[in-house]
Each structure stands twice: as C-alpha cells, then as structure tokens.
Ligand binder design. Structure first.
Ligand code: AMP
Length: 224
C-alpha cells in the first residue's frame, strides 16, 4: 500500500500515521525526520535545510522534491510506503503525481485529519511534559487529559512546557502553510482529493481530528 498522510501540527498525525504504517508494514518516510537526521549528521543537505527549518519556512522544492522521490525508489519502499510531511504544497503534489506516473507506482490511500486551526493551536500550546515519562498525556486545554493541578495526571510528576510548543509565531507560521488551501498543504491534499473524485484508484479518507485519540483511531481503522 502506498499512502499519503495529511494533518496539521497538533492533530495526532504521528500517532495515527504509525498505526497505518504498522497495519500495512509500509516504509515510513517522514520528510522532517530526514532533514533532522541530515542536520545531526552534518551533511551538505542538512546544512542547506537548517537555515529554512530554523525560520519555520519550507525547505525549497529544489532540495525537498528530489530527496523524497529518490527515497521512494529505495528497496524498503517496494512493499509500500507512507509519506508523512510530504507533499507540503501544491507544487510538491503535482511533482509527486508526475513521478508516480512515470515510475508506474500507484497511490492507494490518502488520509486527511480534519481539525480546526484554533483547536490545533490550543493543543500544541496546552501540551505539558511529565518529568517521569514523556508519554504521559497532559494538556491543559483538553478535558480528557487535563493535568492534576500543576502535576502529571498519570503519576503526579512535575510538568514542564516544550519551548517550541510555546512559540506562538512559529506555530502560526506552520499552520499558515498547512491551512493554505490555494498553494499550501491543504492545496496538496485537495489535489489528490480531486483525483480521487475523478474516479481514479485513490481512496480518500477524512478523519474527525477533534475527537480523542482512541476515537480517531477507531474511525481510521473502520475506514481503511
Ligand atoms: P516536520 O517535522 O514535518 O514538522 O518538519 C520540520 C521542518 O522540515 C518543516 O518546518 C520544514 O522546514 C521542513 N520540511 C519538512 N517537510 C517538508 C516539505 N515537504 N517541504 C519543505 N520543507 C519541509
């Protein structure tokens, strides 16, 4: 299965993407993670990408598109792949579509997690990290996982904020790119939604991202 996964920062895209990847045993290709690995490894690509990533801007298409298209040709992708974080704009979507056709590769499923922009922002800014275990869910804006006062709701541990979760300007910039339905990430998603509507082989699935994690997973499983 070849899969695209769309969802704004704060929508639980990572969690739900991992479930789909496991179900189909697909290679998980996360553009942001590839850039981070390259930055850590001090590669030329990493150096080029860092200057944009630090500003919260997209890495230019001339760098990103060949990087991802080359990655799709690697052996582990033969059983299937899940792309997460790419395409991020309409141009990337068009170039991906062209490359898939040229390589005779199918696109089987596109998942879009729907979430109101303000809710996505609150989720990120409300996130709190437990000193004992990062996986303990705590969010001051989500009733189901509200901390116990200023302590972790699971273990009573001390809570802190992730610095980048509190950078409102950076969050707005990222969401500005995501929610731009003319040229941004939603435009990329809608490009494939249109193809699916034209009767191609693509299955386009939308999920209600405002629900709790378990409900989103249940909706996802039922629609796959
Ligand atoms: P992410 O981990 O997906 O939030 O990505 C982190 C950063 O990597 C983004 O803010 C961008 O600067 C860059 N990036 C990731 N994917 C792409 C893409 N498809 N096109 C351009 N830049 C990207």
């Amino acid at each position: 299965m070849n899969i695209l996964f769309f969802g704004p920062n704060g929508s639980g895209k990572g969690t739900q993407g991992a479930i789909v990847k496991d179900k189909y045993n697909a290679a998980h290709i996360e553009s942001g993670a590839i850039f981070r690995d390259n930055i850590k490894g001090g590669t030329e690509l990493g150096k080029q990408a860092k200057e944009y990533i630090d500003k919260g801007e997209l890495v230019p298409d001339e760098i990103t598109i060949p990087m991802i298209l080359d990655r799709l040709k690697q052996d582990d992708c033969k059983v299937g792949w899940l792309l997460d974080g790419f395409p991020r704009n309409k141009n990337q979507a068009i170039k991906l579509d062209e490359a898939l056709k040229a390589e005779n590769m199918s696109l089987d499923i596109v998942v879009e997690i729907l979430l109101d922009r303000q809710i996505a922002k609150d989720r990120i800014m409300g996130r709190r990290l437990c000193a004992n275990d990062n996986n303990h869910p705590n969010n001051i804006f989500i009733d189901a996982i509200k901390p116990d006062g200023d302590k972790c709701r699971v273990c009573g541990g001390d809570l802190s904020k992730r610095a980048d979760d509190q950078d409102e300007g950076a969050i707005d910039k990222r969401h500005g790119i995501y929610y731009d339905a003319d040229t941004g990430t939603l435009a990329a998603a809608y490009y494939f939604k249109d193809l699916a509507a034209q009767g191609g082989s693509i299955k386009y699935i939308t999920l209600d991202g405002a629900a709790d994690i378990k409900s989103v997973t249940a909706e996802l499983i039922s629609k796959l």
